[in-house]
Design a protein around this ligand. Structure first.
Ligand code: CTP
Ligand code: ZN
Length: 161
């Protein structure tokens, strides 16, 4: 964000900066991480910031918060180009790009109501295989049902009933 002229939001001392989020998706990212602001740590959200690579991008800065592997997997499904920056004493000590998983285990719910993974008695953990990386489409390993990017967003944000 430092373009030499101005710093839009200040740097953080310790925590995580999720950068290069697809423009306007930062609120969805916070929602899937179950971050509401009531946790008490400082959060900065920048939406539609100019980006040379992406045109526009969102950024989320989370003070004293560190994502777990599962959180990073969720972020990858919503924001394919996101970079995770781990900050310690104002320095970026770790930087990596999220990666869309080829297989997803346990995280998503199949949209087929009769799928074995949705039968409470069977205790079968859902697994999905990536079938289209550009469109973000996954296929259930058990029944073959297909989840589109929209299905996944709805599922992760809790809007699928
Ligand atoms: N950042 C921050 N607080 C710090 C250090 C960095 O909020 N103490 C933010 C920066 O503002 C930036 C992101 O973390 O949004 C990554 O920082 P840095 O690697 O220094 O920036 P770039 O080199 O521009 O990152 P990239 O190459 O990933 O675009
Ligand atoms: Zn299924």
């Amino acid at each position: 964000m430092d373009n030499g002229k101005e710093l839009l939001v200040s740097k953080i001392a310790n925590g995580t900066v999720i950068d290069h989020i697809n423009a306007s998706r930062s609120l969805i990212v916070l929602k899937i991480l179950n971050i509401r602001g009531t946790e008490g740590f400082r959060i900065a959200i920048v939406m539609n910031a100019p980006s040379t690579r992406m045109g526009k991008k969102d950024i989320v800065k989370l003070e004293n918060y560190y994502p777990k592997d599962e959180d990073v997997q969720k972020i990858s499904l919503i924001a394919q180009d996101a970079t995770i920056n781990i900050i310690k004493d104002y320095k970026v000590i770790k930087k990596y790009k999220v990666e869309i998983p080829k297989k997803i285990k346990g995280l998503l719910r199949c949209n087929n109501p009769t799928c074995i993974t949705r039968k409470p008695d069977e205790q079968v953990t859902s697994t999905f295989t990536l079938i289209n990386r550009e469109k973000i489409m996954y296929q259930c390993d058990y029944c073959g049902s297909i989840l589109t990017e929209n299905d996944i967003i709805k599922d992760l944000t809790g809007e699928m009933k």
